[in-house]
Design a protein around this ligand. Structure first.
Ligand code: FHN
Length: 601
């Protein structure tokens, strides 16, 4: 059910392709793009280990230690003795968020263990009753956020609660749970605690629920969710609600933004607000088992990648039992904040541009209609050799200016523009080690030719079904197998016609290469490539077998590329490329790609 809905949504969004389904409440969320997630609670004192054993699950989620390692509540609460209650200072978390360029904080007010980190009257199982001196961390954090003008949101685990006898925990899949009893939990813990959080701590920017299933797959009823949602709307009308409430965005457009899976980065442009919750390593709660930390570069690329698809990133910290933040996280946050200080214009208030999101191999494009009324197209450069030219395909207006942004200034760049091809001369030295930024300036939103395939930095054209202008015929999409040694491919059992469009920016010659797997030695199957009024016919070659991985009984079909012709483009301009594949079900062809390889003069 959900998958079909999402597929529909994706198709719809790609067609509409702009960030227009943003309700008034969520405008700040879309503008701010980047926030801090904090997982901190009793589990922070366990550090992903219990009595010499690490958390019993490979995702290493340290905040799950009580359930995974089956720890009795009476034992689990002893963790409160490990906390340095005098030292914990939430203002440090706020200052780190500011330093990282984050615009909001969302903290686990109550995670699955049911332990409230505020002085809750609705449940004794809270921090105030187990700290000395007595602490209300939510109160301290809300004051610090107010002082430093940062928005504050609460994570609340409304479905799963390992403390309350009538709440959900996964063992209830065995020892069934009566809906009426679950409602007792709902009415005596969830609703009163939500009222406390919405009433006692000032302006709340979001409630971030964490039921990653649709309500109809759980014991939670739609009525209970609507009761919760309406309570939020009544007490804090500007407070955002995420899709892990358990009501899908498609089902209830009053849900303010979609939350993707953990660390699930965007792949498609959504025109509805959405975000990725992400970790710097693996665990959300502090774990001393961590030893794989994402680089600053990869985090920046994730943030920019999401923005280029109209999305957000909420990046997590898991402070320890004395409130300190692991060095590896602090260092990366500081580097990210420095980048955003100078280049954040391509993130804050920016959104997807109208070209295909992964069109260029040098990086990603974001777009902004700025406050001065100008239109900026930002070229976020991940990978280019300094001194080379940067090719931008598909924008059909000449920019007023092109600037390389550096920490000190904007360096005006020379460029050539021809119909839909912009060639920008880069200086021999690029200012930033992580991501370099070029700002194109227009006096109106530039138009684009979305059909074009971009010229690669190797001066070739990569032609696949995914970047085609159109296609006719039937095919089977085979995902990659056996650790990728069998690549994903398009299986044709009859006929398939695919068309592309390119812009050739100078007279040039290209070899036409194509890669496929064909396991028949005799066939009447063939493909025809037509470009610029010329056709090239290629009868399939038998590609045979190969060893996918040594000494593993790993014999696989061989995917092999062949050159099927050479094309000479005498004139600069637009060209259509048509591929016609004709075969039969007895002789299926598994086709991958075409590549136009420029022949150097
Ligand atoms: O089970 C939780 C997990 O502990 C963590 O809080 C993440 C954060 O997105 N949410 C759930 C798993 O998706």
């Amino acid at each position: 059910m959900k998958k079909i809905l999402l597929v529909f949504f994706v198709i719809f969004s790609i067609k509409t392709n702009c960030q227009n389904l943003v309700n008034e409440r969520a405008k700040w969320f879309v503008n701010d793009r980047f926030g801090m997630f904090i997982h901190w609670g009793l589990y922070s004192g366990a550090e992903g280990n219990w009595k010499g054993e690490k958390v019993r699950y490979d995702n290493d989620y340290a905040e799950w230690i009580q359930y995974r390692n089956q720890i009795e509540k009476s034992e689990y609460i002893k963790l409160s003795k490990r906390f340095d209650w005098n030292k914990i200072d939430p203002e440090e978390w706020v200052l780190l968020a500011k330093k990282a360029g984050m615009k909001y904080i969302t903290i686990t007010a109550k995670h699955h263990d049911g332990f409230a980190i505020w002085n809750s009257k609705a449940s004794d199982f809270n921090i105030y009753n187990y700290s000395e001196p007595k602490r209300d961390i939510i109160k301290d954090l809300s004051e610090a956020c107010k002082k430093h003008n940062l928005k504050l949101g609460f994570y609340y685990s409304h479905w799963t609660d390992w403390e309350h006898p009538y709440a959900w925990d996964n063992s209830k899949e065995i020892y069934w749970l009566d809906k009426d009893k679950f409602d007792i939990y709902w009415q005596e813990k969830v609703i009163p605690q939500m009222k406390e959080l919405l009433t006692n701590y000032g302006e709340i920017s979001m409630i971030w629920f964490d039921m990653w299933l649709h309500h109809d797959q759980t014991i939670v009823s739609k009525d209970q969710l609507l009761q919760l949602k309406n309570l939020i709307r009544e007490i804090q009308p500007n407070c955002l609600i995420n899709s892990r409430l358990g009501l899908s965005v498609e089902e209830d457009e009053d849900v303010d933004f979609r939350t993707l899976g953990d660390n699930q980065l965007g792949e498609y442009k959504f025109d509805y607000p959405w975000q990725t919750p992400a970790t710097v390593a693996h665990s959300w709660g502090y774990s001393k088992n961590e030893n794989e930390w994402k680089s600053t570069t990869s985090i920046l690329r994730s943030l920019i990648g999401n923005v280029s698809l109209n999305g957000n990133l909420m990046l997590n910290i898991g402070p320890t039992s004395d409130g300190s933040v692991p060095y590896e996280i602090g260092k990366r946050f500081s580097e990210i904040g420095k980048w955003l200080k100078f280049y954040g214009k391509s993130v804050y208030g920016a959104e997807a541009f109208d070209l295909r999101s992964n069109l260029h191999d040098w990086g990603l494009i974001t777009y902004k209609h700025n406050k001065q009324g100008k239109h900026n197209v930002f070229l976020n450069i991940f990978d280019i050799k300094p001194g080379n030219s940067l090719n931008v395909t598909g924008i059909t207006n000449k920019p007023l200016n092109a600037y390389l942004i550096s920490k000190k200034s904007k360096i005006k760049l020379n460029f050539d523009f021809n119909k839909a091809f912009l060639k920008i001369k880069l200086p021999t030295d690029l200012p930033d080690p992580y991501v370099n930024l070029i700002e194109l300036e227009y006096d109106k939103k530039p138009t684009v030719d979305r059909d074009l395939v971009a010229k690669s930095k190797f001066n070739g054209y990569s032609l696949k079904l995914s970047n085609s202008k159109s296609y006719q015929g039937d095919y089977i999409l085979n995902e990659s197998k056996r650790e990728g040694s069998i690549p994903s491919n398009i299986q044709v059992n009859d006929s398939l016609n695919i068309s592309w469009k390119i812009f050739v920016d100078k007279p040039s010659k290209f070899n036409i290469d194509t890669s496929y797997n064909f396991q028949k030695k005799i066939t009447d199957g063939f493909m025809t490539v037509s470009i610029n009024k010329k056709s090239y016919k290629h009868r399939f070659n038998y590609t045979g077998k190969t060893v996918g991985e040594p000494i593993q009984d790993y014999i696989i079909d061989r995917f092999k590329s062949s050159t099927i012709g050479t094309i000479n483009f005498e004139d600069v301009g637009f060209y259509d490329i048509d591929l016609k594949i004709k075969t039969s079900s007895q002789n299926p062809l598994q086709w991958q790609w075409m590549w136009l390889e420029e022949i150097a003069d």
